[in-house]
Write a protein that binds this ligand. Sequence first.
Ligand SMILES: NC(=O)c1ccc[n+]([C@@H]2O[C@H](COP(=O)([O-])OP(=O)(O)OC[C@H]3O[C@@H](n4cnc5c(N)ncnc54)[C@H](O)[C@@H]3O)[C@@H](O)[C@H]2O)c1
Length: 233
Amino acid sequence: MSLAIVTGAARGIGQAIAARLVESGHAVLLVDLDERVHHTSTELGGHGVRADISQPAGVERIVDAVRALGVEPRVLVNNAGITRDSLLRNMDEDAFRAVVRVNLGGTYALTEAIAPLLVDDGAVVNISSRAQLGNVGQFNYGIAKGGVIGLTRAHALALAPRLRVNAVAPGFVESEMTLAMPTEARQRVVDAIPLGSPGQPLDIAEAVDWLASDAASYVTGQVLYSCGGRSFA
Ligand SMILES: NC(=O)c1ccc[n+]([C@@H]2O[C@H](COP(=O)([O-])OP(=O)(O)OC[C@H]3O[C@@H](n4cnc5c(N)ncnc54)[C@H](O)[C@@H]3O)[C@@H](O)[C@H]2O)c1
């Protein structure tokens, strides 16, 4: 059995990814800031570690947890992310820095730390966002998630041929992150989705599972949009 490490896995998309990877036969290490990570990992029959991916001590904690498990790590899914939305003219620097530090900085730091531990033919899957194409009120998030795509390509080149590195860019997915949006704004976004409904965490989990699997063994440096057609509408 091999190990898959999934960040931001206490809830939402990360939880669905961890559950899907368990179905595919992986042992899973769920990582999250939220203490619910212990409950979720018990529910899925996995292992949980509470850690902040945006802090060096958090990254170290995750590396220690991986080593302590003694199971060959094969997959890293960088899913943890935050939003701090506001219009550009109202954006304060803290909100800009925090979103870049977690979404982009955390993904970079954890990949650098975990990649050397992954077995040959292992895979890294990063969670970007359709928002990297531009969303009013999300310029900090869009920049960070665009950066994740640049990072995906850079790591795909740097880690080839040993590892593959790809990204999934979700559109609007029902989770605590999007439930926090005002109802009218949510409806406007859903109305603009060509496939007519919001995505579910499982939709993203299926895309991640495929990119992490041997079925995608000739795919690296790519971005898979799972967004109901919103990337071109
Ligand atoms: N929901 C959407 O519509 C949507 C769309 C595009 C991309 N995404 C991306 O998908 C990912 C998952 O989103 P979600 O909707 O499940 O959000 P969510 O807020 O429900 O879950 C995110 C998880 O990440 C954890 N987290 C945040 N900062 C962390 C840190 N520094 N260290 C460790 N864990 C941390 C949170 O505690 C939470 O459990 C995020 O990267 C998000 O940006 C979501």
